[in-house]
Structure formats: structure tokens, C-alpha cells
Design a protein around this ligand. Structure first.
Ligand code: FRU
Length: 488
């Protein structure tokens, strides 16, 4: 299959054709990472939702499989999760892969949402809908009642399944012994004044992570909020706190919203269930509801972020999420261009003599940002499209106003800002440059900024570092050219 169209991601998952949004049903089983996703197989804009399906063994190369879940008499198939039912609690069969998803119907007056099951006994290749669907019927009080995330809580013999569900600006919790019979047990969110509530809450996830350098752990609640994110419209907030098997309590100061990403293009993040080595791995839809239906791609529309490993760091501000992109070394083309240390004088620039290419992993530490204009780097495509990343005082700024095609939506051409405050004055930066995206992890992954870009004619990309009104030293610069991942 040709993957050479303008803007076609070369090392991010995108479907061969048609529309995708949220990642769904992320589960690891028998050596495969499953990625299901909201999919409209007949159009490049959102419509009646199905679950598309792809699998990977290394989280970089993906094989697209036939559609897993089609709409049925209960409705279309909205977002949800998947688990391996190791102890056959539902009675579907040994090691059944069970998908828990929202059935959605809409009339001109209202919409109805309920939660349903489907299972597969052949590694996700074929699916049977549960005959007793829905397992959680709609409630006429709640119009928004969707996106079930299910996991097992507690010991194998005495624990229970937990479902987190988005309902307006609440996350509701249910528990079950068998995935079929659910009992309400808790709630978190609006009314208690937590986090960002400008938009509707969607696609929750909840998991426990150790706090680095201590023997403590915390629960992290991911909540997509479809309006009011730092870069505009939809974005990914998270809460750090405690979960007792029935409900979540946050230890964030109440009105403070923590954001998993300060760029415009990371939404509906979900983590993989059942990862064999215990890593918590997550991926997000690399898009924004503000303009998702208008991005100027070709036969496909939508892509996923790079998968990331999540951890928690104790910082001066409190416990915060740290993200690390999974190992991309299988995509490295030869040796990186490396420089141990280079100082750029005030007002000066430095253009590394790296080979020419269009796919890059760039890493550096910047020491000494200057007081005024700040310092940073510029990516410039052969067609002149430019993105500028500037470290200025406590912020990292990403300017994509001149990044190429920006006029498909008035909100796309913008400058986005995320907080950075490296205690030792050294800012680490890692950038992944694909044909139509830039992912930045700064300060050891405490700040993530994910941005789509549409350089008009593509071409190769050159990086130039610049100093503002004071000198800046680049330490441990590494510029690694990447090759396209294999997509089948
Ligand atoms: C989030 C979302 C979910 C919903 C799905 C529909 O992006 O709005 O809440 O299940 O997309 O495609």
C-alpha cells in the first residue's frame, strides 16, 4: 500500500483511508498490542461510528485488520475499552477479549447512550455482541453517558471489575463481578469544583502509578474535556489522587486543571490494559474537535500520537505526570548527528550540519535562556513552512502560524504555550518530527506539546537553534534521522 501522499504520517498510526477519532479498546494479548478506534468507513468526516482495528508487536509498525464492531439494532459504536477476562467471569470462554463500549442513538430531539459488551475468542479477529446488551441501560436523566473504561481492581480472587463512565461533567464509577451486572458505586467531578469544566467530559481512564523515587503510588484519572483546553477546544486533563475500589478523590487543588498536553492535538488518551511487563502505555487521538473535520489530509483523516510510557514524578508543585515516547530506535536511520556542547552567542544562530531528511528525532539540553526574547529552535521545510519553539522565562512556546496550510480553520494558526521550570536551569527537549506533526517532550517529559502541521509541499526539514539577548549553550545535541514505519 502506498503511504506517500502529502501529509501521510510515516511513523504515526493513521488508517489507510477514511475518518478516525478516539483510540478504543487498548489491550495487550499474546504478543500483540491492539488498537481499536472510532472509525467511519465511508467518509473522511465523522459519522456512524464503528470500531476499526489495528495490531502491533512493537507499538511502531501497525497492521490494519477488518472492522471489529459494526453498528447494530442498539445503535452506533462509540468509545470504550477492552480487557482480557482471565478468569472467565462473564462466561464467554477462556481468556475472552471483552470490549465494553457505548451504544449511541440519536433523534432530532435527543440522544441515547448505553453500555454494551462484545467478545472475541480468537485474539480480536472476530467479535460476537453479547445477547443481553445493553448491560448498562440508558438513564433518561443523562444525555451524555458514555466511554466506559473497565479494569480489574484488587486481588484475582476477591477483587471486582470497575467501570469509569463520563456523564456530562462527572465521572461515574460502577462495579461488577462479571462485566455483565453493574452497580453504581461512586462519582467525581462537577459540583465539587474540580478541574476544567468549560466543556463536556469524555473518555475517562483510571490507573495506578508508582511515584518515582519513593515507595508511594497514586491513582491518575484522565479526563478529556471537549472545550476550554490550554491550546483551545478539546484537550486532555488529569487528576492525581486516590481510588478505593469504588470512588476517586483528587489531591489536586480543586480549581487547578492539570493538562497532560499543552499542544492543540492530543485528545481522548487511553492506556493499554494487561500489558505483560506492567508498563502503563498510552496513546491519544492526535487531533482537536475544533478543526478535526477540516484538516487538509487526503483519503484518510486522523492519526494517533506516538505511544508513551507514563510515570509520576514528585515535583515542587506536587505529583505530576511524566511521559516518555516508547523506544523508536527500530526506526533509526544510521547514527545520529551529535555535538557534546556548543554555545550560541546572544542574537546568534547555529545550524547543525545534519544530513538531509524529513523525519527526525531531535534531543538537546538548553542551558541559559536569556531574560528577554528567550532561545529555541526553528524547523524549516524546503517550501519555507516554519515552526518556532521558544523557551522564554517559564514557558515553552510553539508557534505554528507560518507552518504551511493553516487557513482551513481560523483557530489553527496559533501560538501555544506550556509551563516549564527546570530547577537547575537546564531544559531538556525531545522532538519528533513527522510529515504532519511535531511532538515535544520537555523537562524530562513533564511537559508534552503535540501539534499537527501541514507544510504546504512537504520536503526536507532543517533545524536551526537560536539565542535571544543572552548566550545559550546546547548540550548533548543529538539529531537522529528516522525511517518510515511499516504499515500493512
Ligand atoms: C470523544 C468522543 C467520545 C465519543 C466519541 C464518538 O472524542 O466524543 O465521547 O464516544 O468521541 O466518536
Amino acid at each position: 500500500m502506498s503511504r506517500t501522499e502529502l501529509y501521510r504520517p510515516q511513523f504515526h498510526f493513521s488508517p489507510a483511508a477514511h475518518w478516525i477519532n478516539d483510540p478504543n479498546g487498548l489491550v495487550y494479548y499474546a504478543g500483540e498490542y491492539h488498537l481499536f478506534y472510532q472509525y467511519h468507513p465511508e467518509s473522511t468526516v465523522w459519522g456512524p461510528m464503528h470500531w476499526g482495528h489495528a495490531v502491533s508487536r512493537d507499538l511502531l509498525q501497525w497492521e490494519e485488520l477488518p472492522i471489529a464492531l459494526y453498528p447494530d439494532e442498539h445503535g452506533t459504536i462509540f468509545s470504550g475499552s477492552a480487557v482480557i477476562d482471565w478468569h472467565n467471569s462473564a462466561g464467554f470462554g477462556p481468556e475472552a477479549m471483552v470490549a465494553i463500549f457505548t451504544h449511541h442513538t440519536r433523534t432530532s430531539e435527543t440522544q441515547t447512550q448505553s453500555q454494551s459488551l462484545a467478545y472475541s475468542l480468537d485474539k480480536g479477529r472476530t467479535w460476537t455482541k453479547y445477547a443481553g446488551n445493553p448491560v448498562l441501560p440508558p438513564t433518561n436523566r443523562m444525555r451524555d453517558f458514555r466511554d466506559p473504561k473497565v479494569f480489574w481492581y484488587g486481588p484475582a480472587e476477591s477483587g471486582h471489575w470497575v467501570m469509569c463512565l463520563a456523564a456530562g461533567q462527572l465521572i461515574l464509577f460502577y462495579k461488577s463481578p462479571n462485566l455483565i451486572d453493574w452497580e453504581a458505586c461512586g462519582g467525581f467531578g462537577f459540583g465539587f469544583g474540580h478541574g476544567s469544566v468549560e466543556g463536556v467530559w469524555e473518555t475517562p481512564d483510571l490507573f495506578r502509578l508508582p511515584v518515582e523515587g519513593s515507595d508511594e503510588s497514586r491513582w491518575v484519572l484522565f479526563v478529556g474535556v471537549n472545550r476550554g483546553a490550554p491550546a483551545g477546544d478539546s484537550g486532555q486533563q488529569y487528576f492525581v489522587g486516590h481510588f478505593n475500589g469504588e470512588t476517586f478523590t483528587s489531591e489536586n487543588p480543586k480549581p487547578v486543571a492539570l493538562w497532560a498536553d499543552y499542544g492543540a492535538d492530543s485528545y481522548a488518551a487511553q492506556s493499554w490494559s494487561d500489558v505483560a511487563d506492567g508498563r502503563r502505555l498510552a496513546i491519544a487521538w492526535m487531533n482537536n474537535w475544533g478543526y478535526a473535520k477540516q484538516i487538509p489530509t487526503g483519503v484518510w483523516r486522523g492519526a494517533m500520537t506516538l505511544p508513551r510510557q507514563l510515570s509520576l514524578a514528585a515535583t515542587a508543585e506536587g505529583i505530576r505526570l511524566r511521559q516518555a515516547v516508547v523506544d523508536t530506535s527500530p526506526l533509526s536511520a544510521g547514527q545520529p548527528f551529535r555535538v557534546g556542547s556548543v554555545t550560541i552567542p546572544a542574537g546568534g544562530v547555529y545550524t547543525p550540519e545534519a544530513e538531509s531528511g524529513s523525519l527526525w528525532k531531535i534531543q538537546a539540553e538548553m542551558v541559559g535562556q536569556g531574560d528577554g526574547d528567550g532561545c529555541g529552535l526553528r524547523l524549516r521545510w524546503t517550501d519555507g513552512s516554519t515552526v518556532t519553539v521558544t523557551w522564554r522565562r517559564g514557558a515553552l512556546l510553539v508557534d505554528r502560524r507560518l507552518s504551511g496550510v493553516v487557513d482551513f480553520n481560523p483557530d489553527f494558526a496559533a501560538l501555544h504555550s506550556g509551563p516549564v521550570s527546570p530547577a537547575d536551569g537546564r531544559l531538556s527537549l525531545q522532538l519528533f518530527v513527522d510529515t504532519s506533526s511535531l511532538e515535544i517532550l520537555a523537562q524530562g517529559g513533564l511537559l508534552s506539546m503535540t501539534e499537527q502541521l501541514f507544510p504546504s509541499a512537504g520536503g526536507t526539514v532543517q533545524v536551526t537553534f537560536f539565542a535571544g539577548d543572552g548566550p545559550v549553550t546546547l548540550a548533548d545535541l543529538s539529531i537522529q534521522r528516522l525511517v518510515p514505519a511499516r504499515f500493512a
